[in-house]
Design a binder for this molecule. Structure first.
Ligand code: AHM
Ligand code: MG
Length: 327
C-alpha cells in the first residue's frame, strides 16, 4: 500500500464497478429502499448471462432449428426465443419480486402466485431480432419495469427502469433508472458485467440512418421526401440490421436516427409500445436524444389501451430527429 501511495509501485489492477456493485450503490440513493428492486435486477442480470451463453453456443448445438410454432402475431418462433422466454418467465415469476410479467411471446400477462407476489410488473421481449438468430448478427433482450400500483397499462413515463442486453461481438447490459444511462460489458473470463460505458450520451447528430427502406413505396409522402433528402442532400449512410436492439445500440453510440414508421400495410407500425418502444424511448431521453411515437408525439406520454399495442417509433440524435420532424 505504502509503495503504491508513494508512486514507487504501479498498481496491477484498476477497480472497475460491476453491474451488481452499481445497482447496489444506486440503491443507497433511496434511503427507504428495501433491496427488492436490486434483487429483481439481479434476476434479470443472471438470466441475461444464461441467455448469452446459449446464444454463443447456438451455432454449435442444434438449438436454432425452427419449432414450427407461431407467436401471438403469427410470427415464426425459433427455439432460442422459446428458451429465453421460458427462462425469463420462470425466473421472474418464481423470484418473489414480480406481480406479473408480460412477454412479447405470450398473448396474456402471467401473474405470480399469491404466496410469492412482488411489487413490480416486468414487460420484456426475450429475444428481439429473431430473424437474425442463425446469421450471427446481434440480437437482444429488452425489459421495462413498472411498479404494480399503476396497474398493467401505464404510460411509459411511469417506468421505474428499462434496459436491454445486446448479444453481439461482446455482450452488453445497458439500463436506466431515470438517472442517465450506463452500459456494462460482460467479461467472459470472470462472468461479470463491468462498467464500460458510463453515462452514455447520444451524439448531437450523426450520419447513420436506419430504416427498412424496402417499404418505401408504402410510406407517406413526407417520409419519402425525407428519405430522398437524406440520399441526395445530406451526407448520410444507411445501416439497418433488422434487430431493434442492434440498430438502437449503434444509434446510442454513434448517433443518427432509427425509424420504424407506419406504412400502408402496417398502419400502426410493427414495434410494440410497451415492450419495445417505451423502454427505448426512456433510454433515448435519458441519453439526451429524442424519441417520437404515433403522430410525432412522445411515446412515453401515450396511455396504452392494450399490452401488445403497436406504435410507430423514431429515435436518435436530437438534430436528426428534429430534421425528420420538419418534414
Ligand atoms: P421481433 O421482436 O419478432 O424480432 O421483431 C421486431 C424486429 C425489430 O427488432 C426490428 O426493428 C424489426 O422487427 C424489423 O422488422 P422488418 O423485418 O419488418 O424490417
Ligand atoms: Mg421484438
Amino acid at each position: 500500500m505504502f509503495l503504491i501511495r508513494e508512486g514507487l509501485l504501479k498498481p496491477m489492477y484498476k477497480y472497475v464497478p460491476t453491474l451488481t456493485d452499481y445497482i447496489l450503490r444506486e440503491q443507497e440513493n433511496f434511503p427507504r429502499a428495501t433491496g427488492r428492486f436490486t434483487m429483481l435486477m439481479t434476476q434479470i442480470e443472471n438470466s441475461a448471462k444464461i441467455i448469452a451463453s446459449h446464444v454463443k453456443a447456438s451455432g454449435l448445438v442444434d438449438i436454432i432449428g425452427k419449432t414450427g410454432n407461431t407467436n401471438t402475431f403469427g410470427e415464426e418462433v425459433q427455439k432460442l426465443d422459446e428458451f429465453s422466454n421460458k427462462l425469463l418467465v420462470d425466473t421472474l415469476i418464481s423470484s418473489g419480486e414480480v406481480y406479473a410479467v408480460v412477454s412479447e411471446e405470450i398473448p396474456d400477462p402471467v401473474f405470480a402466485p399469491k404466496e410469492s407476489k412482488g411489487e413490480y410488473i416486468v414487460y420484456f421481449d426475450p429475444l428481439d431480432g429473431s430473424s437474425n438468430i442463425d446469421t450471427n448478427c446481434p440480437i437482444g433482450t429488452i425489459f421495462s419495469i413498472y411498479h404494480k400500483d399503476g396497474g398493467l397499462l401505464q404510460p411509459g413515463n411511469k417506468q421505474v427502469a428499462a434496459g436491454y442486453i445486446i448479444y453481439g461481438s461482446s455482450v452488453m447490459f445497458v439500463y436506466t433508472f431515470g438517472h442517465g444511462v450506463n452500459g456494462f460489458t460482460l467479461d467472459p473470463a470472470i462472468g461479470s458485467f463491468l462498467l464500460s460505458h458510463p453515462d452514455i450520451k447520444i451524439p448531437e447528430d450523426g450520419v447513420y440512418y436506419s430504416i427498412n427502406q424496402a417499404y418505401e413505396a408504402l410510406f407517406d409522402e413526407s417520409t419519402k421526401k425525407y428519405l430522398e433528402h437524406l440520399r441526395t442532400e445530406a451526407k448520410s449512410k444507411l445501416r439497418f440490421v433488422g434487430s431493434l436492439v442492434a440498430d438502437a445500440h449503434r444509434t446510442f453510440i454513434k448517433g443518427g436516427i432509427f425509424l420504424y414508421v407506419a406504412d400502408k400495410k402496417q398502419p400502426e407500425g410493427k414495434l410494440r409500445l410497451m415492450i419495445e418502444v417505451n423502454p427505448f424511448a426512456f433510454l433515448t431521453e435519458q441519453a439526451g436524444g429524442k424519441a417520437l411515437g404515433a403522430k410525432g408525439i412522445n411515446p412515453l406520454d401515450i396511455m396504452p389501451k392494450h399490452i401488445h399495442q403497436l406504435s410507430p417509433f423514431v429515435m436518435g440524435s436530437k438534430k436528426n430527429v428534429e430534421l425528420f420532424r420538419s418534414f
